[in-house]
Structure formats: C-alpha cells, structure tokens
Design a protein around this ligand. Structure first.
Ligand code: NDP
Ligand SMILES: O=C1OC[C@@H](O)[C@H](O)[C@H]1O
Length: 503
C-alpha cells in the first residue's frame, strides 16, 4: 500500500488528463453523457481514455451547438439532439448522469427504464424517497446504478478504512469522529449549487461527502442528528452547515460525529478550518487516526496516527497506487460491476450499495429537518412548495400589507437565525454594536435603518437595532447577531421561530 514507487505529483496530474485515447476492445461498453457538465471530463472522459473496456460515444446537451462544441473539444464521436434521445438509444449501454441534483432522479429513472446502467453523480437524488425508488428500479431492471462517491475507490481511502477497521476489530471502540469539507467561495451565485429549484445547498453538494465519509470509514450506525446549524444564504439554501450526528457502534454505545461543510468560506478563513480541511479524524480509546485531504487524495494526502498514551504522532506512508485519479478507480469499479452479469459487487472495494445511497440521503434529509429547513424536492414538486411558502408567509405576517414609508407596525412572526456581523451593514453603519439584526429583504426598507425591534422566543425577549438586510431570508425572518441570538436560545439550535415587533 505504501507509495514509494508510485508516480510523483506532476506525473499524477498528467495521468489525470491524458491527451490521447488507447484503442478499444470490440466489446467495450458504450457510455453516453447527459449534459455538457463541468465535471464530465474529470469524471468520465479522461479516465475512459486510458481504458480499453469503455468508450464515450455521445453527449447530449439542451443546446445542440453546445453538445457539438463539447464533443469536438473532448473527441467524442457523436452527439444526441436531446437527453431523451440519448437515454433511448439502443446502441448505448451506460449513461453518466452529471446533471444538477434536482434532475438526478428524473433522468436516472428514464435511463434505467430504457435498460441502461447508470453512473450517477452525487448526491443520488433530491431526497431519500427518490433514491430508494431509483435503486428499487435498478434492481427490478437488473442494471447497475452507482452513486459517484469517487473518493471511496482510491487506494488511500481503501487503506485508511482497512487500518481503522482492523484497529476496531482488535477491540478499540471509536469514541469520537470529526469530518469536514470546507470549499472556498469559488462558485458564483448563479451556480447550480445555490439554486433550490435544482436541489442545491451545501449539505447536498459537499455535505453529502462529509456524511458519507463518516458512514464509510467508521462503519458506525446512524441514529439521529443531534444538532445542525445552517448559514442560510438565500431561500432554503444553506451556504454552511455544521453539527453533530449521533451514531452507535456495534455494541450499541453512543458516539458523536461532528461535521462541518461550506461553499462560501473565503480563502483566508480556511485557516480557521486548518485542523479539519478536508479531513476525517477518528478517535478510539487508544489512537487518533487522521486522513487529510480525503476527497482529493490524488492531488495530495496524508495519514497520521497519534497514540493517546504516549502522545506520539506517527506519519503513515501515503497510498497513491498507480497514481490515477479517484474517478479512474471509480470507473474501473463501475465497468467491473457492469461486466459481471451476476451483478455481485460485494468484492469491489469501496462499492457504494443502494442501501448506502439511501442511508446517505436519509442523513441529509435528517440534517435539513434538524436545521429547520425543507428537505430538497423533485423539480416538478417545487411549484407546490413555493405556493405553500407563500401561504405560510401570509400567515406569518398576519395578512398585513406594508405600504408607504412608515416602518410597518404590528406583530410579526418568522424564522430567526444568527450571523457574525462585521464591517458595514446595508444601512451603511458599522455593525460594531453587538445587538443588531438584518431584516429579510421583503420587509427591509431604507427608513427602517436604525429602528429597533423586540424579538421574543419562548418567553425571552431581546431588543436589537436593524442595520442590515438579509436578502435571501424569507419574509418574516430576522438574522440576529450571535450575541442577540444567544439571549434567546442556545446557538446550537441554529434556527428558531420568533415573534417580533417594532419598538
Ligand atoms: N464527483 C465530483 O467530483 C463532482 C460532482 N459534481 C456533481 O455533478 C453534477 C453537476 O455538477 P457540475 O458539473 O459542477 O455542474 P454544471 O453546471 O457544470 O453542469 C450541469 C449540467 O446540467 C445541465 N443542465 C440541465 N438542466 C439545467 C438547468 N436547469 N440548469 C443548469 N444546468 C442544467 C447542463 O447541461 P447542458 O449542457 O445540457 O446545458 C449543465 O452542463 C452535480 O450533481 C454535482 O454535485 C460536481 C462537481 C464535482
Ligand atoms: O468534489 C467536489 O468538490 C466541490 C463541490 O462543489 C463539488 O460539487 C464536489 O463534487
């Protein structure tokens, strides 16, 4: 497993983006790609170039010119005029689905119904009920369906899991787990990750890896979400999520797993997450195992093992294998499963079974519920959800119309969250006073700047000055400074339902 003879950093990067394709076997699997997605080259196109057993035959995009340009750029021989045409092409064996999350269910279902094997990007669907349905259908159709948790197939992940599981089997129970994936704010606000209609949110996007790493490496059983604190950046979109999962070990003992994930951190603030970034830390009665950079082990990774008795930390050898990417090892595993007619995947190291995908989504659903947020829904369900939200908001605001320049009177109800105000708020004032709030975009007006509101929760009240706007917060909502929120509830609660009025 040690990496003494494995390729160095630059050789590994060259292996990630091969320019030429090897020649293909006559019975090579024929795979088509849904959408000219950014992840498609790394996810499938480049790894397929190094394998005789698979050929990328076509891509379909909503706009055919885009599909043709993409095909030309990546030497894909064909395009299809629509997603529908691609999944129904009898000359295609497998489909790669890297569409936005909210379209995973619909197009995977169509592909399975058309008899295709599917490599499906993470997270598998918008919620656990959809995932369950997809895997039932795959079983019914005897097709392979794999959720693309690529990191699991890399030799480094397999090694880390093996040494950890051996230590547990030797009688050392897990006492605590911590997993985090903090991505700096590299995606624009228009990105699919911030679109509720496409089932966005950081818990869906990066959080799904964090949840998966806890389940996969530790083998602990999920019990419940102890706490989930979101940073909501627009309607139902979590830019950050932190919390604790209650897990159980094989003896029924409780173990807490801390998780943290974000899509909006600045590069600088990554420093504060250095101890996590992006890593899995597992503490047993005797040792602390760390797998650093678990998600991108091809780029770089490290393993440390700290002895709690001696306090000594040992660096374990790295495990780059032949130097290929996580996506390469994943595609090899997918091909193996498809070529194995019995569909026995039990011997494929790292394999993500249907029940693992369903559980992963159940944990994500439970995190959203604990955070007081909605679980993600299918695209076509969204019309109804929004209608319900509008009704809720009318109720929250007592049906009052807010006209004119005067700050609205009356009593309001809505969601309160908290943030760390710094610099100037949208009113132009320094937010140095701790007892401040940002009012939701719908109710915030210029002449509200500097007005005080009294916010009440479970018999406790706090008076705060409105100096800022929370554009993405729903009507009725207030985003309180951390200091103000603390006077009403434990920060662990993250989201509370409050009543408030102008004073
Ligand atoms: N495994 C991994 O390492 C990674 C996985 N992912 C996952 O892959 C998926 C795609 O991510 P990414 O490649 O970054 O996303 P992109 O936005 O680059 O690609 C998504 C594709 O979906 C298609 N699409 C169809 N309907 C819509 C719509 N309404 N709005 C926007 N796009 C639409 C577009 O295809 P068209 O060409 O037809 O217009 C677009 O190319 C996500 O599920 C994400 O979680 C993402 C990055 C890394
Ligand atoms: O690998 C990844 O890292 C960044 C994420 O936003 C992306 O969707 C994910 O798959």
């Amino acid at each position: 497993m040690a990496s003494h003879n494995s390729p160095g950093f630059f050789a590994r990067q060259r292996l990630s983006t091969p320019k030429q394709s090897v020649s293909k076997d006559p019975d090579a699997l024929r795979i088509g790609i849904l959408g000219a997605a950014s992840i498609a080259p790394l996810g499938v196109i480049y790894p397929a170039r190094t394998m005789r057993s698979i050929i990328v035959v076509s891509v379909a995009a909503r706009d055919q010119t885009k599909a043709k340009d993409f095909a030309a750029k990546y030497s894909i021989p064909n395009t299809h005029p629509s997603y529908e045409a691609l999944v129904n092409d009898p000359n295609i064996d497998c489909i790669y689905n890297p569409l936005p999350n909210g379209l995973h269910y619909e197009w995977t279902k169509k592909a399975l119904e058309a008899g295709k094997h599917v490599l499906l990007e993470k997270p598998s669907a918008s919620n656990a009920a959809q995932t369950q349905e997809l895997f039932e259908l795959a079983q019914q159709k005897n097709r392979v369906l794999l959720e693309a948790f690529h990191y699991r197939f890399h030799p480094a992940s397999i090694y880390f899991r093996e040494i950890l599981q051996k230590h547990i089997a030797d009688g050392h129970p897990i006492q605590h787990v911590k997993s985090a994936l903090i991505v700096p704010g590299i995606f624009p606000p228009t990105d699919i990750r911030f679109n509720i209609k496409l089932a966005g949110g950081t818990t869906m996007d990066t959080g799904c890896y964090v949840v998966n790493s806890i389940l996969y490496f530790t083998g602990l059983e999920f019990d419940s979400v102890d706490k989930a604190v979101p940073k909501i950046i627009s309607e139902e979109i979590d830019g950050k999520m932190e919390g604790v999962l209650n897990m159980k070990d094989s003896h029924g003992a409780n173990v807490q797993a801390h998780f943290a994930t974000s899509l909006i951190n600045s590069w600088l603030s990554l420093q504060t997450y250095r101890e996590f970034f992006p890593s899995v830390i597992v503490e047993t009665d005797q040792k602390i195992f760390t797998f650093g950079v678990f998600l991108y082990p091809t780029l770089y990774h490290f393993f440390t093992l700290k002895d709690k008795v001696t306090g000594k930390t040992e660096n374990l050898p790295k495990a780059y294998g032949e130097g290929y990417t996580t996506y390469h090892y994943q595609l090899e595993a997918f091909i193996k499963a498809v070529k194995n007619d019995g569909r026995d995947t039990s011997l494929i190291a790292g394999w993500m079974r249907g029940e693992d995908s369903v559980l992963n989504m159940k944990v994500i659903d439970a995190i959203y519920t604990r955070a007081g947020m909605k679980i993600r829904e299918r695209n076509s369900d969204l019309g109804m959800t929004q209608a319900l939200c509008r009704r809720d908001n009318r109720f929250i605001n007592g049906g009052r119309k807010q006209k004119g320049k005067k700050p609205p009177g009356g009593n309001f109800k809505g969601r309160a969250t908290y943030y760390n105000p710094d610099g100037k708020g949208s009113c132009g004032d320094e937010l140095s006073n701790n007892m401040v709030a940002a009012l939701n975009g719908s109710q915030m007006k210029k002449d509200i700047c500097g007005k005080s509101i009294k916010v009440t929760y479970e018999g406790k009240s706090v008076v705060v000055k409105v100096l800022d706007t929370c554009p993405g917060c729903p009507k009725g909502a207030v985003d309180l400074s951390e200091a103000a929120f603390k006077q009403l509830a434990d920060l662990d609660k993250g989201v509370i339902q409050v009543a408030w009025s102008f004073v």
